[in-house]
Design a binder for this molecule. Structure first.
Ligand code: GLC
Length: 628
């Protein structure tokens, strides 16, 4: 014990000697170092040099803090004084590709007035780092974390953009793609060249013995690209590649990798990135005989990165991208790990409900899988740049008498247009004949029925967003969806994209739709008007802040119901009908509230005493009062 305490004192002393570190930083080190040390000991304690490696990382944080620009330190202080800033009802995210939406960073800058018009407070720019030419998995194969892809701009421009966005009240969000690098990254190149230091950055094996052993229990993620989890190098060796063959998984069992990636993370923090989207968190630690997903060490690693950031850039938040079983998704979310997380369950079940016209699985998920630890938030999205996977829990479905396997098959068929009567125009992604597994791609408008000309299409787009904007946390818009952008099938003609159907829902900025956004005789105009109204109402409704949600049973299978409690006995009651017919909620069901209710969308007061009609694919946001 004494030895460890000595090591703490030694590290604190070394920190004090780093030129330019301030007292606030030293205090934060004193606060977070014991936690970081414990995590390091778990991860690397078997190595004789683990305390030295820990010291190196803390000194890295010290230099980053010393170099942190004054405006970002001021931001750190503001966020520390207001730690619930991201739980506000005003929060609204947008996500877009830099090239596709703006042509480059410069073009994105010119869109700031539009982002403000929309009410964004958070802008996720899809991967913008240097990446291989041609297929780079949409930039998710990073060749340098410190250089912007020259086709998009420069790191200086990114920094300026971050500052301008901040000025406009918008936080810059970028990906931290830390499970893997591209095979063109300098570390990967050195590993291929046989430099032992860098061979240890990846998981490289001389023959099939270990790959075969691991693949007994790992899942195939991109089976269209390669079977299993490994790809063969030109020299015959095998390297771990969970995703595309050019995305090589980093070896976090090596503390040098942790240190190197902590350095990249701190660098991005000092460029003014306010939120890091932690890509593919489930895959970052491997152990033989397991699925190599969501292992305990994956959490320890994230917590260790979190502790390093708390020291040097305390305003920065992590958003977890864990598209896995809901029991696992939740484990990544805490103020000590990732403060934010995508909510893939709500996303998938919104689509599930729209297809089946049955809201029960979504209702059940809101009742028991929605709660979060204090000071964390869901990022609720209708769709992302990725496919939709049906990640609900089989056991949840079974409780409702739903066969999960059959339901997933139905959903896949429905959303790729193979089921009778479907309104959806999606495309299959990574169909795996070995397992029967498949996922679905498509823009919101195409999946919801607008492309097929279904009469309920626009309502469904609005309904899906009304749910994402009312359940709590940060709603996230895929830019283009607010003007009803349809699928773009031209990806099939591009050899770099043809093999990856996710490109169908990553089209360029739809100029015609944006030009028509104020004209009520186009789907673009009608959807835009209704979504911007939703946004305005959400941002003016304090009950929508935070994450507290109470279930409300409407006793109709097609209706999802819940309330968002406010202060002083008010609630916002949300009732959403995923069915194709209007439904009545009778007065008795609503009798727990005072009879007068305010419809937030129209501002009008009405009585609940006669019951309530919910139109087909319609919803209510009602301010109600508890009975006294
Ligand atoms: C994440 C990204 C996805 C990418 C994968 C590999 O899941 O969202 O687009 O293919 O990570 O980086």
């Amino acid at each position: 014990m004494r030895v460890i305490d000595d090591s703490l004192a030694r590290i604190l002393e070394a920190v004090r000697r780093v030129p330019g570190v301030d007292i606030a930083f030293q205090d934060r080190v004193a606060q977070h170092l014991p936690r970081l040390r414990a995590l390091f000991q778990h991860l690397y304690g078997e190595r004789a040099d683990w305390v030295d490696r820990l010291e190196d990382v803390v000194l890295l944080a010290a230099s980053a803090s010393a170099a942190r620009p004054a405006d970002l330190k001021a931001l750190d202080a503001r966020r520390e004084a207001d730690p619930t800033w991201f739980e506000s009802e005003r929060m609204l995210g947008g996500v877009c590709y830099v090239d596709r939406f703006g042509g480059g960073l410069d073009g994105i800058r010119r869109q700031i007035p539009y982002f403000r018009e929309l009410g964004l407070t958070y802008l996720h720019l899809m991967p913008l780092f240097e990446a291989p030419e041609g297929n780079s998995d949409g930039g998710y194969a990073v060749s340098s974390y410190r250089r912007v892809n020259p086709a998009l701009g420069t790191m200086d421009e990114l920094k300026e953009l971050g500052a301008e966005l901040r000025e406009a009240g918008i936080s810059l969000v970028v990906d931290f793609i830390f499970n893997h690098t591209s095979n063109e990254h300098e570390w990967a190149q050195k590993a291929i060249a046989g430099e032992p230091e860098f061979s240890d950055y990846y998981l490289i094996f001389p023959d099939r013995e270990m790959p075969d052993a691991y693949e007994q229990t790992t899942r195939e993620i991109f089976p269209d690209d390669h079977p299993g989890s490994f790809v063969q190098l030109d020299d015959g060796r095998w390297v771990w590649a969970t995703f595309y063959h050019f995305q090589w998984d980093l070896n976090y069992a090596n503390p040098a990798v942790f240190q190197a990636m902590a350095g990249e993370m701190l660098f991005l923090a000092n460029q003014g990135v306010e939120i890091l989207r932690m890509d593919a968190v489930a895959f970052i630690w491997k152990r033989l005989g397991t699925t190599c997903e969501s292992l305990p060490e994956a959490h320890l690693l994230l917590q260790a990165f979190n502790a390093v950031l708390r020291m040097a850039a305390p305003s920065l938040l992590f958003k977890s991208e864990a598209i896995v079983h809901p029991d696992e998704v939740i484990e990544y979310i805490s103020p000590e790990e990732c403060e934010l997380s995508y909510n893939p369950l709500q996303m998938a079940l919104t689509w599930e409900a729209l297809a089946t016209r049955d809201g029960r699985l979504l209702q059940q998920a809101l009742e028991r899988r929605h709660a979060l630890p204090p000071h964390t938030a869901w990022v609720n999205y209708v769709r992302s740049h990725d496919d939709i996977g049906w990640t609900f829990a089989d056991e949840d479905a079974a409780e409702l008498g739903i066969d999960a396997f059959g339901r997933r098959r139905f959903l896949n068929a429905f959303y790729v247009g193979r089921a009778e009567g479907t309104f959806a125009r999606g495309v299959p992604f990574q169909e795996n004949p070995k397992t029967g597994d498949a996922r679905v791609t498509g823009t919101t408008a195409s999946l919801a029925g607008i492309e097929a000309g279904d009469a309920g299409g626009e309502d469904r787009v609005v309904l899906a967003h009304a749910l994402a904007m009312s359940t709590g946390g940060i709603p996230l818009l895929y830019l283009g969806d607010e003007v009803a952008q349809l699928n773009d099938y031209s990806y099939a003609d591009n050899p770099d994209e043809a093999g990856d159907s996710r490109w169908v829902h990553r089209p360029r900025r739809p100029e015609a739709n944006y030009a028509a956004r104020f004209s009520a005789d186009t789907p673009a105009g009608r959807v835009f008007a209704r979504l911007t109204e939703l946004i305005a109402v959400r941002q003016a409704t304090p009950e929508f802040a935070g994450n507290e949600l109470w279930a409300f049973h409407a006793h109709v299978d097609s209706v999802v119901g819940f309330t968002r409690p406010g202060t002083g006995g008010t609630h916002v009651l949300v009732l959403a009908n995923v069915g194709d017919d209007p439904v009545w909620i009778d007065a008795l069901t609503l009798s727990g509230w005072m009879p007068d209710a305010v419809d937030l969308m129209s501002g009008e007061t009405g009585s609940l005493e006669a019951g309530l009609k919910i139109p087909a694919h319609g919803f209510w946001w009602l301010r109600v009062r508890e009975r006294v």
